[in-house]
Design a protein around this ligand. Structure first.
Ligand code: 13P
Ligand code: SF4
Length: 313
């Protein structure tokens, strides 16, 4: 075994040992580095991770994801110590809308309900009526007893929902997920030319020009189900490349083709998701540092829209 591989294995074993000694659970999003996903007790999409964080009886939650995910875990399970291995790993889209922005929108549209994508700050959630994730957005919004919806912050997810929920009026915020927004229709076209028999699966955070070209649109967990079980032996997958690790584990017999062009961070992946490394997980758990702390009143208010979402489905 070479030195790098043995370092990875050594750190993974040490982290697992620490986690068991400290009664800690490690949760990771599908966009995390493969070696981080491999030490997690559970890997999932935003909705599945929120559910796990709410249910766990572990003393410590080590959350390998971006800040809003850690905040959601703390809000749903405030008695637990939630540790974020890299406190600088935020979601740029979540930071595109503020509590003040929502308050101003509410003043302009007092008859509208505020639906926040779970990719928002805890502060924004305190002034939201309900949260959604990409896995449940259409179903949750269809069930809402309101004709007018303020949807924040992702304009792409918002437009994708609006196409399916025709009987409601949407006031859209103009936020976007930088890595998904930068996948272009031209790139998808090129991939389709190279792999003419491969269907296209895309995340709804992609630009509408991209989702319009897709054979399947869904959240990360929905893409996993589609890509690993559809008949084709090659699938073009338009989302963050971290998903390839789970796809290969679930069905290694297929080829998964991801976009290859560089995004705003000069990478093909979401650079804040990849800000969590094994070293950081180890240091964080060993020293119980990087604890997620939120004011009690924020937890109380932000809990309502998240729990409302969980109770709808
Ligand atoms: P899901 O895993 O819920 O599809 O979310 C994708 C994402 O961009 C998370 O940051
Ligand atoms: Fe945020 Fe997009 Fe990265 Fe997810 S993939 S954390 S939405 S920037």
């Amino acid at each position: 075994m070479n030195a790098v591989v043995s370092d990875v294995k050594y750190l993974q074993e040490e982290i697992k040992k620490l986690a068991s000694e400290k009664k800690a659970v490690i949760l990771a999003h599908y966009y995390q580095r493969p070696e981080v996903q491999d030490i997690a007790d559970f890997v999932g999409d935003s909705l599945e991770l929120a559910r796990k964080a709410k249910e766990t009886d572990a003393d410590i939650i080590v959350f390998c994801g971006v800040r809003f995910m850690c905040e959601t875990a703390k809000i749903l399970n405030p008695g637990k110590k939630v540790l974020h291995p890299n406190p600088e790993s935020g979601c740029p889209m979540a930071d595109m809308v503020t509590k003040r922005d929502i308050e101003q929108l509410k003043e302009k549209h007092p008859d509208a309900l505020v639906v926040s994508y779970v990719n928002t700050t805890a502060d924004v959630k305190t002034v939201s009526d309900i949260c959604v994730t990409s896995a449940n957005a259409v179903n949750v919004i269809r069930k809402l007893d309101a004709k007018k919806i303020i949807f924040v912050p992702d304009q792409c997810l918002g437009q994708w929902i609006a196409k399916q929920v025709r009987d409601k009026e949407f006031i859209m915020w103009k936020g976007f997920c930088p890595p998904h927004f930068e996948f272009t229709a031209q790139e998808v076209e090129r991939l389709k030319e190279r792999y003419p028999d491969a269907p296209v699966a895309a995340h709804p955070e992609c630009h509408p020009k991209v989702t319009e070209m897709a054979d399947f649109v869904g959240s990360t967990s929905q893409i996993i189900k589609y890509a690993t079980t559809c008949e084709a032996d090659k699938v073009i997958v338009i989302t963050e490349v971290g998903l390839k690790h789970t796809l290969k584990k679930k069905n290694p017999h297929k080829e998964y083709i991801f976009p290859e062009s560089m995004n705003y961070c000069g990478t093909v992946y979401c650079c804040t998701m990849k800000g969590i490394t094994l070293d950081k997980v180890y240091e964080t758990l060993k020293n119980e540092i990087n604890e997620v702390v939120l004011p009690e009143d924020v937890i109380e208010k932000a809990k309502k829209p998240i729990e409302r979402m969980i109770s709808v489905l």
